[in-house]
Design a protein around this ligand. Structure first.
Ligand code: SF4
Length: 91
């Protein structure tokens, strides 16, 4: 019997029914060195922007292919849109 089709949504992984992957990414983010990790307040702000973006699909940015929860977690990364919807954070 075929699996039911995956639900497509403009949402983060944790809301996409991808709990195992979301937990794995949260663990990865928690293990990032503080020198590269985005501060929590900035991380939440970046993800809020992604949640309102048409390029977000099931936790993945359709412009770059990244899981946004991973991309946003690194302060040196920026949104791939031109112009970017969020930018890298300088020290
Ligand atoms: S284009 Fe930028 S704001 Fe939109 S989902 Fe991708 S990273 Fe997030």
């Amino acid at each position: 019997m075929a699996d039911a089709p995956r639900r497509q949504c403009r949402c983060l992984l944790k809301e996409a029914g991808e709990a195992e992957m979301a937990a794995s990414i949260a663990e990865y983010v928690a293990m990032l060195d503080e020198a590269v990790r985005t501060a929590e307040v900035d991380y939440r702000a970046r993800l809020a922007v992604c949640e309102g973006c048409d390029a977000l699909m099931n936790g993945t940015c359709r412009l770059c292919g990244c899981y946004v929860e991973t991309r946003a977690a690194k302060k040196g990364m920026a949104c791939p849109m031109v112009p970017p919807r969020w930018t890298k954070i300088e020290d």
